[in-house]
Design a protein around this ligand. Structure first.
Ligand code: SAH
Length: 347
């Protein structure tokens, strides 16, 4: 791979148009090129047959169309598929495709590893290796689309794979703009959800932007004492600050924030927690997603028994809140929430 070539996958449509302009081409050629890369998923310039041959020859000298390399694909008994990708520098990341009730959700990564070290999350054990570039974020979707089966279409994108998206906001924002461009893959921002562990300044930036994606917040505790223990980011931005940012998040009519809450036995799952949660979320347009904890030998916590999760849910529902229990998907291939972890290549 030639490092000097411009990777088209990470460019906004406007930038592709500018690039074409610099080559003496009209703007519509830029739009065509963007469409070839993002909508038709051409993998090299030669395949872009609506561009004149001479132009293709010029482009071949200065651009490339990257794809993260697939290192492994695993398929769960429940139909969930997990893709392990090897990036150009050998770092590895994972993406998960989750078929569910007519929907097909793509869960993608925004960082290789993660610096936040939540106690219940395997990715946290890796630490941060590095941020992903926009091309690497978009590239996950391109490859998943390349590999879809007959009749499948990705209906939703969730930024809930490895990493904290708000710690890589410039590249995440760029990727969202590329993926939601009508001339490209054309995913409406309403079908894209960004999940954060609670990075307050990042969520404020997101609120001030015009991106229009859904926001999910991983809360998972109702007191600072507990949240400090299980999610160290809380020591920097405690619950009150986080919820103040949530209250300020602009929501179009009928849209809601999502709060995720990982159920840890004896830690955050008591009836008292449920009642406190009702109080904390008062006045916020939201729904709550209770996530059964996915265990792993390296993680200290235990999952809450099902009855305890259901009792917790009932308290929320009785207070008029929408609370669902997220069914664990892809557990047999370690594709479920919090189970994405990869070792760096030795080479
Ligand atoms: N950093 C972002 C996105 C990645 S984590 C965030 O924290 O939201 C995606 C979701 O998986 C989060 O809601 C997180 O709380 C949850 N999660 C992490 N580890 C888990 C585990 N072992 N079992 C169940 N859910 C887990």
């Amino acid at each position: 791979m030639n490092e000097n070539l411009i990777d088209l996958v990470g460019l906004l449509r406007s930038e592709v148009e500018t690039l074409m302009g610099e080559l003496g081409q009209p703007a519509y050629r830029g739009r065509q090129l963007f469409h070839w890369v993002q909508a038709r998923r051409a993998q090299d310039v030669d395949a872009m047959t609506s561009l004149p041959r001479g132009l293709r020859a010029v482009l071949a000298e200065c651009v490339r169309v990257s794809r993260p390399e697939i290192a492994r694909v695993q398929r769960s008994l429940d139909g969930t598929r997990k893709y392990l990708f090897r990036l150009d520098d050998g770092e590895k990341i994972e993406s998960v495709l989750i078929p569910d009730d007519g929907r097909l959700t793509a869960c993608i990564s925004t960082q290789a590893g993660c610096p936040l070290a939540c106690r219940f999350c395997l990715t946290g054990l890796m630490g941060l290796r590095r941020n992903l570039g926009a091309a690497e974020i978009v590239g996950q979707i391109l490859v998943l689309q390349d590999r879809l089966e007959q009749g499948e279409r990705i209906s939703n994108i969730v930024l809930m794979g490895m990493g904290e998206p708000l710690l890589n906001l410039p590249q995440v924002e760029r990727a969202i703009r590329i993926l939601s461009d009508e001339q490209g893959a054309n995913f409406s921002p309403r079908r894209i959800t960004l999940s954060t562990a609670g990075h307050v300044p990042g969520s404020q930036k997101l609120a001030a932007s015009d991106l229009g994606v859904n926001l999910a917040v991983s809360l998972s505790a109702t007191t600072d004492a507990v949240r400090d223990e299980i999610m160290p980011i809380n020591r920097r931005w405690p619950i009150a600050d986080l919820l103040a940012a949530c209250r300020a998040y602009p929501l179009p009519n009928r849209r809601r924030l999502t709060f995720e809450y990982v159920m840890l036995n004896g830690v955050n799952d008591s009836p008292g927690d449920a009642k406190r949660l009702v109080g904390l979320l008062h006045g916020i347009q939201c729904k709550i997603n209770l996530i059964p904890f996915n265990t792993a030998p390296d993680l200290p916590d235990r999952p809450s028994p099902r009855e305890r999760v259901e009792a917790f849910q009932r308290i929320l529902q009785d207070a008029g809140l929408t609370a669902t229990i997220r069914e664990s998907r892809g557990w047999d291939i370690s594709a479920a929430c919090g189970m994405l972890r990869v070792q760096k290549e030795n080479a």
